[in-house]
Design a protein around this ligand. Structure first.
Ligand SMILES: *[C@@H]1O[C@H](CO)[C@@H](O)[C@H](O)[C@H]1NC(C)=O
Ligand SMILES: *[C@@H]1O[C@H](CO)[C@@H](O)[C@H](O)[C@H]1NC(C)=O
Ligand SMILES: *[C@@H]1O[C@H](CO)[C@@H](O)[C@H](O)[C@H]1NC(C)=O
Ligand SMILES: *[C@@H]1O[C@H](CO)[C@@H](O)[C@H](O)[C@H]1NC(C)=O
Ligand SMILES: *[C@@H]1O[C@H](CO)[C@@H](O)[C@H](O)[C@H]1NC(C)=O
Length: 238
């Protein structure tokens, strides 16, 4: 079974605020960037409460079921699959690995063209919505089809490296989070200080980033699921 999952684009679009556990980066903006992915905890300092911890958590749950198919399953696997898909999308959204100080851009008020919003929402929704309106006749299926076409053309040489996990791990979200924080610094936060109006310049330069992150997220979710459900059990990583 080889999956290619792009339907999680839908989960990218869901504004589920309570699912937001940014990777905490202790010394805010001065760290922009190059490190990063250090601590993993939420605003209340609960350990392992962040998007990467959640990916390991739900990978482990799905693997435990796949390995013990005739014993009792302790987890709700439907939910595990839904949450793994959701967080795999999140970890690719640069501002889900943004700074805790501004809640990943949630407290940075900006205008998206004429509409008042915040920077986090711009990256969760507005860039994709504007792309749908401008290029895809508001059709999400057409957008997904265009992503798929690029996966078999422009990005085809990159796909094998996107699929790979180092050290034979089943799930490896840490490098994805590092990529995200770098993209957050380089593209998301740049020229988007509070009160800015973001328009064509920002939209046209950031859309390719969003498109590539959606594609990488889909490929990596599929590759992770293939590893989870492949016949040879491996370790979930740490
Ligand atoms: C792990 O999954 C359980 C549900 O099975 C949930 O209660 C817990 O909060 C999850 N932990 C993380 C870090 O996602
Ligand atoms: C598992 O989770 C799904 C989705 O939340 C829910 O519909 C279902 O009832 C749950 N199953 C059990 C056995 O609790
Ligand atoms: C755009 O979508 C509408 C339906 O939402 C359809 O009626 C129209 O023909 C489409 N336009 C093009 C150019 O595909
Ligand atoms: C597909 O690739 C082309 C050429 O690089 C690019 O202009 C377009 O925005 C991409 N579309 C998607 C949905 O990735
Ligand atoms: C990865 O797996 C292959 C084959 O299962 C094994 O030969 C190799 O030593 C493993 N590498 C690591 C770093 O564990």
């Amino acid at each position: 079974m080889q999956l290619r999952v792009l339907s999680f684009v839908y989960s990218f679009l869901l504004p589920i605020a309570y699912l937001f556990f940014p990777v905490f980066i202790s010394e805010i903006q001065s760290l922009c960037c190059g490190l990063c992915v250090g601590d993993c905890h939420d605003t209340h300092k609960h350990q392992d409460r962040c998007v990467t911890g959640a990916i390991f958590n739900y990978t482990m749950q799905l693997m435990s079921a796949s390995e013990n198919s005739h014993t009792i399953v302790h987890y709700n696997l439907t939910e595990a699959l839904m949450f793994l898909s959701h967080y795999m999308g999140d970890v690719h959204q640069p501002l889900h690995v943004g700074f805790l100080g501004d809640e990943g851009g949630n407290t940075i008020t900006v205008r998206w063209y004429r509409r008042k919003t915040n920077l986090h929402h711009v990256w969760d929704n507005m860039i994709i919505e504007s792309a749908l309106k401008t290029y895809y006749n508001k059709s999400l299926p057409l957008f997904i089809q265009a992503l798929q076409t690029n996966l078999t053309h422009g990005w085809s040489n990159d796909v094998p490296s996107w699929e790979t996990c180092q050290l034979n791990q089943t799930a490896c979200p840490n490098p994805y989070a590092s990529e995200s924080i770098n993209l957050a610094c380089k593209y998301a936060y740049r020229n988007a200080t509070p009160g800015t109006t973001l328009g064509d310049d920002y939209f046209l330069s950031r859309l390719p980033i969003v498109e590539k992150r959606l594609a990488q997220g889909g490929i990596r979710l599929a590759a992770t699921l293939n590893r989870i459900f492949s016949s040879k059990p491996k370790h979930a990583g740490s």
